[in-house]
Design a protein around this ligand. Structure first.
Ligand code: NCD
Length: 325
């Protein structure tokens, strides 16, 4: 092969490498990029028709090796709302993973079919592996107990729209802080805003992992309290982020049964909260929020689902490098 052809191939390869962007962890975007993306999501929310054809002819593949209702359908709705189309599978059993195919091979195949993909996998790091073998942007739609960056974009957009600002907030995170990937990603994202304070409410056995305490909270000098008391801390909170106990990540059912109802938010506990405090939940809810709380105007978890579609529409546009119409 002559040298100039070699150089051309090399340059093209570099171009592909440099321009291909993935979202694996919330830290993959700078705070400026995150804020720009949230601003785009807000513009989409205010004028969805303007964006109805920006992805005409594009396809998203949703590769879900773990159960999902919201996240997969939210991605698919987001792409359809942008004018694009959807392919994918919703369980490992219905994909060639059941025959033993590796994530690396699957993503090489999917790269021939789709323009972008969202992957959920029970193994931490699987979307990272996929991104290393992919010719298309890979979005982590949840990897084991590790990260869930698009839920975080949803959460940030919800907080921004309801509180007006992402700075100076006291955020209560309640429930399974050990295995809850949405909690881990939200902590990583929120420490970048000014004057964030966390109240980490969980049973002792379900406290946040050590690496988060040391490498994220302590390393950034974040003000936080670890406690097993919800009621007492309610009056301090701007946001209460409830989570379910992650049954599928427990080693034994006995521990799950003992811990599953550690915290139940009900109308009585809501009386201790401020009028401008909002309750978020990534859903699905099991028992941790009594259904009687749903009618409280401060309960915004279903609104949060709707905002998730706008956040994912903005994300798809960004990763596909689609210009604002
Ligand atoms: C969360 C998840 O999958 O981590 N769900 C979601 O994507 N909205 C939370 C959970 O399953 O508890």
């Amino acid at each position: 092969m002559n040298t100039s052809l070699n150089t051309l191939i090399f340059l093209n390869f570099r171009r592909l490498e440099l321009t291909l962007k993935h979202l694996i962890s919330p830290m993959d975007f700078t705070i400026e990029e995150t804020n720009d993306l949230l601003a785009l999501a807000e513009r989409i929310k205010d004028n969805p028709d303007k964006y109805a054809h920006v992805c005409d002819g594009k396809k998203i593949a949703t590769l879900f090796y773990e159960p999902s209702t919201r996240t997969r359908l939210s991605f698919e709705t987001a792409m359809i709302n942008l004018g694009g189309q959807v392919i994918g599978f919703s369980s490992a059993q219905s994909s060639s993973a059941a025959k033993g195919e590796s994530v690396a091979d699957t993503i090489r195949v999917i790269s021939c079919f789709a323009d972008i993909c969202a992957m959920r996998h029970p193994k931490e790091g699987a979307p990272t592996v996929a991104s290393q073998f992919s010719d298309i942007p890979v979005i982590n739609a949840g990897d084991g107990g590790h990260n869930h960056p698009t839920q975080t974009l949803t959460d940030l957009l919800t907080i921004k729209l309801l509180k007006g600002d992402l700075n100076n907030l006291t955020i209560g995170l309640c429930g399974d802080l050990k295995f809850g990937r949405t909690v881990h990603s939200l902590i990583n994202a929120m420490v970048r805003y000014s004057n964030t304070r966390f109240v980490l409410i969980s049973p002792n056995e379900l406290r946040i992992p050590d690496y988060l305490r040391k490498e994220v909270l302590d390393a950034n000098n974040i003000d936080y309290l670890e406690t097993d008391e919800l009621e007492k801390n309610m009056p301090d909170l701007d946001i209460l982020y409830m989570t379910r106990v992650q049954r599928e990540r427990f080693f034994n059912e006995e521990d799950y049964v003992r811990l599953k109802d550690s915290f139940i938010l009900d109308e009585k506990k809501m009386q201790y909260a401020r009028d401008d405090m909002f309750v978020l939940h990534p859903l699905p809810r099991v028992n941790e929020i009594s259904v009687s709380v749903d009618k409280d105007p401060r309960a915004v978890y279903f609104k949060q689902v709707q905002y998730g579609v706008y956040a994912r529409m903005a994300l798809i546009m960004k990763l596909l490098d689609i210009k604002e119409p």
